[in-house]
Design a protein around this ligand. Structure first.
Ligand SMILES: [Zn+2]
Length: 70
């Protein structure tokens, strides 16, 4: 894993994990991340930056999330 990953949990929480070891779990109803910066971009995209190492990743907003199963 060399990119920031954001994973939805079935109970409505989100987990963001950075390869540098930074990780944060955001509960339902919590609007802001503390360890990551999320910037909304045009064309339904957004950028996530890790505050610890500065790594950034652009995502496209996806409605209807597909999850890979291992
Ligand atoms: Zn990081």
């Amino acid at each position: 894993m060399d990119e920031i990953e954001m994973m939805p949990e079935p109970n409505g929480t989100w987990i963001m994990v950075c390869p540098c070891g930074q990780a944060e779990c955001r509960g339902r109803g919590v609007k802001a991340w503390r360890k990551f910066t999320v910037t909304i971009l045009p064309d339904q995209r957004y950028r996530v930056c890790c505050t610890a190492c500065g790594r950034c990743l652009e995502h496209r907003l996806i409605y209807g999330i597909t999850r890979s199963t291992k």
